[in-house]
Ligand binder design. Structure first.
Ligand code: GLV
Length: 309
C-alpha cells in the first residue's frame, strides 16, 4: 500500500502531507527518502528526473501531478506497460480561465505598456479596446480549453476554438482538424494555445502559423514552452504582424537570465503560474484512482499512449 512522490520542486512534503492526511492507511514516500522500492504501486510524478522511475518494478500505474503528461513521454525510461493518469480538475480549469481572461483584459486595456510608462514617469493615455472588438480563438478544446471558451462566452467575447475533433459548445464556433486550421487562424485576433504538447504540436506556434493570423494579432501561450518557436515570435512581433504576447511557459524553466523575452517590451511573461494543481482539489481523485486500482476497476483520467495526452 505505497505511493512514491517524485518531483524536483519544493512541493514533495506538501503533497505527502495532503495525501497522508486524507488517507492514513496508504504509505506515502518521497523518492528522496529511504523507502521500500518493491512495495511502491503508484508513482505520482511532476517533471521527475529522467530515469527515476526505473527502480520501481512493481508499479501499477503512473499518476501525473498535473494536467500535462508530456514530461513523462520525454523520459525514455518510463515503464511503457502500465497506465498513466493525469489531473482533470475543475479548479485547475477555472484557475486557467481566470489567468487567460486577466491576460486578455490586460492586453485590451494596455496595462503592460502603462506599467512601462509608469516606470518611466510618462503620462500617455493611449486608446483602449473592448470585448466586442475581437474574435478570440482557442487552440485546443480539451477540458481547459472548453472551460475557458465557456467563460469567454459569458463575458461576451466572440469565441472560437480549434481541436482534433469538432466540439459542440454553445456560442462557440468550432473548427477541427488540419483542413480547418487556416480558417480558424485567419479570424483569431487573439489566439490562446491550450494544446497538449505532443510530437504533432511541438513548435506549432511558428512563423507559418503567425503569418496566417490577422495583422496585429495577440498571442497567449499557457500550454508548454515546446509549442513555441521563440525566435519566430520575436521576429513576427518586431515586424509588427503580431502585436504582442503573454507567455507563462518556456522551453527552459526558470527562463534563463539572458533570454530576450525578459526585456522585450511587447512580451508579458509570468513564471509558469497560470494554473497549478491544488492539493485539496486534486487529492480526492488521486485516492479514488488508488482505490480503483486496488479493486481492479478502470482508472479515471487515463492518458492515451497513441495521442500522447
Ligand atoms: C501544468 O502545467 C499542468 O500541466 O498541470
Amino acid at each position: 500500500m505505497s505511493i512514491v512522490i517524485i518531483r524536483q520542486d519544493e512541493k514533495i512534503d506538501l503533497w505527502k502531507n495532503a495525501l497522508s492526511t486524507a488517507n492514513s492507511d496508504i504509505k506515502i514516500y518521497s523518492y528522496l527518502e529511504d523507502h521500500p522500492v518493491d512495495e511502491i504501486e503508484v508513482a505520482m510524478v511532476w517533471k521527475h528526473p529522467k530515469g527515476s522511475l526505473k527502480p520501481y518494478k512493481n508499479l501499477k500505474y503512473i499518476a501525473s501531478g498535473g494536467a500535462g503528461v508530456d514530461f513523462i513521454f520525454e523520459d525514455p525510461d518510463f515503464p511503457k506497460d502500465i497506465p498513466i493518469t493525469r489531473v482533470v480538475d475543475d479548479m485547475l480549469a477555472s484557475d486557467m480561465s481566470e489567468y487567460v481572461i486577466g491576460a486578455i483584459f490586460s492586453y485590451l486595456k494596455n496595462f503592460n505598456s502603462h506599467k512601462i510608462n509608469q516606470i518611466n514617469s510618462q503620462w500617455n493615455p493611449t486608446g483602449y479596446r473592448r470585448i466586442t472588438d475581437f474574435k478570440v480563438g482557442i487552440l485546443g478544446l480539451g477540458t481547459l480549453g472548453q472551460a475557458l471558451a465557456k467563460d469567454l462566452v459569458r463575458f461576451g467575447f466572440k469565441t472560437q476554438g480549434w481541436s482534433n475533433t469538432k466540439k459542440v459548445l454553445p456560442q462557440v464556433n468550432s473548427f477541427a482538424g488540419p483542413l480547418e486550421l487556416d480558417a480558424f487562424l485567419a479570424t483569431s485576433e487573439i489566439v490562446i494555445c491550450l494544446l497538449p504538447l505532443t510530437p504533432k504540436t511541438k513548435g506549432i506556434l511558428n512563423t507559418t502559423l503567425f503569418e496566417k493570423l490577422p495583422m496585429g494579432a495577440y498571442v497567449i501561450n499557457v500550454a508548454r514552452g515546446g509549442h513555441l518557436v521563440d525566435e519566430d515570435l520575436i521576429k513576427m512581433i518586431d515586424k509588427g504582424h503580431v502585436s504582442g504576447a503573454c507567455l507563462d511557459v518556456f522551453h527552459e524553466e526558470p527562463l534563463p537570465e539572458n533570454h530576450p523575452f525578459w526585456q522585450h517590451k511587447k512580451i508579458h511573461i509570468t513564471p509558469h503560474c497560470a494554473s497549478v494543481s491544488d492539493t485539496q482539489s486534486v487529492v480526492p481523485q488521486i485516492l479514488e484512482n488508488y482505490k480503483r486500482m486496488k479493486a481492479g476497476k478502470e482508472l479515471l483520467h487515463l492518458v492515451s499512449f497513441k495521442s500522447g495526452y
